[in-house]
Design a protein around this ligand. Structure first.
Ligand SMILES: [Zn+2]
Length: 241
């Protein structure tokens, strides 16, 4: 999620997650398997440099599958996601925004390395939506596009953190909004899908420009075909889901 405009609206509401009073915080049986499978003939993944993909890349519409294993490669990819998020001055980034079909996202409300709290939400499930609030949102997959989105003001999240801890927390303020925006990504939903009719009309020209640029990048071979992308996502799902 893009930080620029949201901070203007809600800078007084920024909180560290540690102030969010997790209702329960329990160790969980989240499986961490080494990628060194004994005696297994594991095919090396095709090397791919992670970068943030932009609208209308098809992976942004991919419904991400729950992650069943975290290995050294995935930890490296998550670390790279934080780097990319900071470079883009974002506060949240979902895995499918870097072309990974995995049900996880990273958040740091401080938007800077070495500040705030780095959180990785794995297999997040949202419940107990309460209240309603409109606030302006942006997205690292739609740079420069902003719009007002109505979302529940508070929400409960259940997720696994990177250390295997199970988190159950009632969120509000900016954290509630970011977690909802990023969970939407994992379901293939963009904030522009949630704009009012007039809000959508305001961003239509920009979306059209993104579409034209995407098509031209595809023609130059910079972006693979739908089939190539689907094949790579299937390989990743087979490895981690
Ligand atoms: Zn986004």
């Amino acid at each position: 999620m893009d930080s620029d405009r949201c901070h203007r609206h809600t800078s007084t509401k920024r909180k560290r997650v540690s102030h969010l009073h997790p209702s329960t915080l329990a160790r969980a049986a989240f499986l961490y398997l080494s990628d060194l499978r004994k005696g297994g003939a594991v095919q090396p993944m095709r090397e791919k440099v992670l970068k943030i993909i932009t609208y209308p890349h098809p992976t942004l519409r991919h419904e991400s599958k729950p992650v069943k294993r975290v290995d050294a490669d995935l930890r490296k990819m998550i670390s790279r996601m934080f780097e990319l998020m900071y470079e883009a001055k974002g506060i949240g980034l979902a895995a499918n925004q870097v072309d990974l079909p995995l049900r996880l996202f990273v958040v740091n409300l401080a938007a800077n390395a070495g500040e705030g709290e780095e959180l990785v939400f794995i297999n997040p499930v949202l419940s107990r939506p309460r209240g309603s609030e409109e606030s302006e949102e942006g997205c690292l997959s739609l740079p420069g596009v902003y719009g007002d989105v109505v979302r529940p003001k508070q929400v409960r999240v259940n997720a696994f953190l990177l250390d295997g801890t199970e988190l159950n927390a009632d969120l509000d303020g900016m954290m509630a909004r970011v977690v909802q925006h990023e969970t939407d990504h994992l379901d293939g939903v963009l904030f522009t899908d949630r704009l009012s009719e007039t809000g959508r009309m305001d961003v239509d020209d920009a979306l059209h420009e993104f579409t034209l640029e995407f098509q031209s990048r595809r023609e130059t071979g910079d972006i693979g075909s739908d089939e190539e992308i689907a094949q790579r996502l299937a390989e990743m799902e087979q490895k981690y889901c």
